[in-house]
Design a protein around this ligand. Structure first.
Ligand code: FCA
Length: 328
């Protein structure tokens, strides 16, 4: 009898495995990002692709730079029989519209990086989200800058700071506010922090915004810069170069750690891009894709909110930090 039961169990497992495999091939998941040309998002896609290969589902990658493209991306996914998608939206205020569109197309919805908001600006907490611990990571940026100011022996009261800002995005506000908190705790005067609002979250927009600030304060000798990502800080670094500030007078610390930062670290001579807090495209790409797959295939809903950590890396440590995060 025991033997019969055992063989039944074996058949059961085999059949179970077969249905799971057949099911995986039917699963189609979208991964929509706001800036497909940005290395961070390419890395997210790369890691999501690994999850798709591992589990055997189809991953549909779509770039959607504005609201209209988001709408058509969702309709498109619905039309091709996808069951769910992950999105980093170009505008968090599209939140209610995205939720409605996903529902109309029968698609499960999860967000990554940028969390959708309601009309009143509060987060839409019914949509599972994975983002970075923005305040904490911002604080790490501020601490890294403050430590380096000390190391260089600058008088902190005379240093200028470029706050490259994108205040319509809550995670961006948290990141720069975190940096400011640490800087102020280290004695940085608030009056020396100058806002450089960028029109878009890319390097060019940050360069334009930072140039205005630097030109307005030609008397300031030492500068630091922070922003929501590496691109924002790289923009400030490029701006410093165009107005003739040398790297020994500039400390920029970004957030990200993808190719934008790495290419800068690989340059033969150090630039004003001093460091970056590396965040994990593996968690944000691979893990979100797996979460969505588990939801579609096994009915297991993703955690409502996951906030991931970051780790500071400099020119001479980034290789090791990336290795330790499993993203090398
Ligand atoms: C936002 C930024 C990206 C990246 C991501 C984690 O979407 O725009 O550059 O930092 O958060």
């Amino acid at each position: 009898m025991l033997r019969i039961l055992k063989s039944f169990a074996a058949v059961g497992i085999a059949v179970g495995a077969l249905t799971a495999a057949a099911h995986a091939a039917d699963v189609k998941i979208g991964f929509v990002v706001k800036q497909p040309e940005e290395p961070w998002f390419q890395d997210e896609w790369k890691f999501a692709d690994i999850a798709a290969k591992e589990k055997g589902f189809t991953l549909v990658k779509i770039g959607a730079e504005d609201g209209e493209k988001v709408q058509s991306a969702i309709d498109n996914l619905g039309a091709q029989g996808a069951q769910g998608f992950i999105i980093c939206t170009p505008d968090v205020k599209l939140g209610p519209g995205i939720v409605a569109k996903a529902e109309a197309n029968g698609l499960k919805l999860m967000t990554v990086d940028d969390r959708l908001v309601n009309a009143d600006g509060s987060p839409i907490d019914s949509v599972p989200h994975m983002g970075i611990s923005a305040l904490k990571i911002g604080e790490a940026v501020g601490t890294a800058i403050a430590d380096e100011i000390k190391k260089r022996g600058w008088d902190i009261a005379t240093v200028g700071a470029v706050r490259v800002s994108y205040d319509q995005l809550p995670t961006a506000v948290d990141r720069v506010e975190g940096a400011i908190t640490s800087l102020k705790a280290a004695g940085f005067p608030e009056a020396n922090i100058f806002d450089a609002p960028q029109a878009k979250t890319d390097t060019e927009a940050a360069l334009n915004a930072a140039t205005v600030v630097l030109n307005k304060h030609p008397d300031v000798k030492h500068w630091v810069a922070f922003g929501l990502n590496d691109e924002a800080v790289l923009g400030a670094v490029r701006a410093s170069e165009t107005v003739g500030i040398t790297p020994d007078n500039f400390i920029g610390v970004g957030i990200g750690g993808a190719d934008s930062a790495i290419n800068e670290f690989k340059k033969p001579a150090a630039t004003g891009f001093f460091g970056t807090v590396i965040i994990s495209p593996k968690r944000h790409g691979y893990e979100t894709a797996l979460n969505m797959y588990d939801w579609v295939a096994n009915g297991k809903e993703p955690p409502a909110l996951t906030l991931t950590a970051g780790e500071l890396a400099l020119r001479d440590t980034y290789v090791d930090v990336r290795k330790s995060l499993g993203i090398e």
